[in-house]
Write a protein that binds this ligand. Sequence first.
Ligand code: C5P
Length: 237
Amino acid sequence: RRTAAVIPAAGRGVRLGPGAPKALRTLGGTPMLIHAVRAMARSRAVSLVVVVAPADGAGEVKNLLDEHALPDRTDILVVPGGETRQESVRAGLDALPEDVTDVLVHDAARPLVPVDTVDAVVEAVRAGAPAVVPALPLADTVKEVEPGRPGEPEPVVATPERSRLRAVQTPQGFDRATLVRAHDSVAVNGEGATDDAGMVEKTGVTVVVVPGHEEAFKVTRPLDLVLAEAVLARRRA
Ligand code: C5P
């Protein structure tokens, strides 16, 4: 079997505040995207990484990848992304060579995922699971609300039992045909899907969970950058 990783990196990162596209912002002086590509390439199972760049930024991303050291045994492709994460992942899937059988989808916004987590996902797919997500139990209790008008208090509808909930991370791993089928059958509307496994669930395929890792958190808001810098500094110490 051959495993490739698709890295959607075409988001603007609005919630992080003004500045460059999120994937191009630096952590410890190195763009998040480079950290994310290295995190995938560190797994011996991953022989190809497809980077999905901002639609108008593929050239810039190619230059960036050329400027940074990456393992020789990993091939890298850059393709332009879409308006939504879902469209960007689709663009990455469309660029995969025929011999790829297994696909990881990994957010550029999770630059610090440890290689053991990547390998655990790859192993579970190779062992026969068509869809695998790394996930962690939640610290917070979660409420479902009835979204109201902006500024008005929102009524709580339900409190799901916390012990049954998991926060899912990436890389999410798939049998290629299963993921392509999910993308073919789920229509793009609004923001698109925020999670590939969710699209697979809608096709009736069972998704399984393996243990995630605290350091696979998503860099979304300014505070996440502070945490990411601290994790990196601790690793380098
Ligand atoms: O916005 P969010 O944090 O959910 O984005 C998750 C990942 O999807 C990021 O790596 C982002 O660059 C990517 N993305 C994309 N194309 C979009 C929107 C988001 O590749 N249009």
